[in-house]
Design a protein around this ligand. Structure first.
Ligand code: PBG
Length: 353
């Protein structure tokens, strides 16, 4: 191995004559810049590449027909009525995006203490799942298992005497998972962070005959300020009483993420997720390294909105920041990425191909 450092033999500033004769050249055998000198070379040595195959596109749903509603905190993202969600599904297929994740904005009149609407087999997300499955059976459909779009208090679980009760919540989540699978979800994604829910959902799905329904566990989900815009999107921003720190993880913890992931693997999770994304790349890397599981990452609403806001102000180049943030997930070990940029990235990748 040649030495990787070279000593400068320069005692004075280079003159024009020096520069011409390259007298100031350092005596370096190793120059990492050689491989970066041209686009063709950079392409050859790139360690990671982003493809449409890596993307899951999260979609927000609203009631009505022909309806698309802007979400002020998420420029470029809209809530879609079921018919328009079907058109978005068609766009996903054209763009070679493998799967959608669906999130309903439930009518406030249908929200209650217990989140009962979650178990209605004809609720908004179930109607969207069924409509998309009917037209595009080949497109993967992911549906969240959690009660927050349905509860009047905005929590993911049942609230009893000011506490989110774990085991009672799991009994409801199990029913919700079956309802979603029956409606057409290929993947159910518990995002609630109750203990033991993956195992309970697996058993219930199997008993009900849904042995092929995958479980994507939000195994490592932090109590994060970056979910802010999502709560506007699903209409739960006005409602949460208190915060979610008794069930979502403390941002200070890394080792605990490995325990969360391990438990979900033992309970039968097919796919793991780390969420949010960029502030938790270390956690993503550790989970992927420790278990080698299919590991997804969620670039959450606040991460999307920060890039969009800075780009809108011309403080950063939005397209470049988008691509950089996504390749960072690949480098940190992500197998796939949930991102609101999915259609924009996929379009860009298709143009470049
Ligand atoms: C609900 C859920 C949340 C997100 C996905 N599923 C919000 C929360 O837990 O408060 C956040 C996604 C995003 O911010 O993009 N359990």
């Amino acid at each position: 191995m040649p030495p990787i450092t070279g000593r400068a033999k320069v005692e004075r500033l280079p003159s024009a004559e020096d520069r011409a004769g390259a007298k100031t050249r350092l005596d370096l055998a190793v120059r990492l810049r050689r491989n970066r000198k041209a686009e063709w070379s950079r392409r050859l040595v790139a360690e990671h590449r982003l493809s449409a195959d890596d993307l899951i596109w999260p979609l927000f749903l609203c009631e009505g027909a022909g309806k698309h509603e802007a979400i002020s905190a998420m420029p470029g993202v809209e809530r879609l009525s079921v018919d328009l969600a079907v058109r978005a599904a068609e766009r996903a297929i054209k763009l070679k995006i493998p799967a959608l994740a669906l999130f309903p904005n439930t009518d406030p009149g249908l929200r209650d203490e217990r989140g009962s609407e979650a178990l209605n087999p004809d609720n908004l997300v179930c109607r969207a799942l069924a409509a998309i499955k009917r037209e595009f059976p080949e497109l993967g459909l992911v549906a969240d298992v959690a009660l927050d779009p349905y509860t009047s208090h905005g929590h993911d679980g049942l609230l009893v005497d000011g506490k989110i009760v774990n085991d009672e919540t799991v009994t409801v989540l199990v029913e919700q998972a079956k309802v979603l699978a029956a409606a057409g979800a290929d993947v159910v994604a518990p995002s609630d962070m109750m203990d033991g829910r993956v195992g309970a959902i697996r058993r219930a799905l199997d008993q009900a005959g849904f042995i092929d329904t995958q479980i994507l566990s939000y195994a490592v989900k932090y109590a994060s300020a970056f979910y802010g815009p999502f709560r506007e999107a699903v209409g739960s921003q006005a409602t949460p009483k208190g915060d979610k720190r008794t069930y979502q993880m403390d941002p200070a913890n890394g080792n605990e993420a490995l325990r969360e992931a391990l438990l979900d693997i033992e309970e039968g999770a097919d796919l793991l997720m780390v969420k949010p994304g960029l502030p938790y790349l270390d956690v993503l890397w550790r989970v992927k390294e420790a278990f080698g599981m299919p590991t997804l990452v969620y670039q959450v609403s606040g991460e999307y909105s920060m890039i969009m806001a800075a780009a809108k102000n011309d403080w950063i180049d939005g397209d470049k920041a988008m691509m950089e943030s996504l390749i960072a997930f690949k480098r940190a070990g992500a197998d796939a990425i949930l991102t609101y940029f999915a259609p924009r990235v996929a379009e860009r990748l298709a143009r470049e191909a």
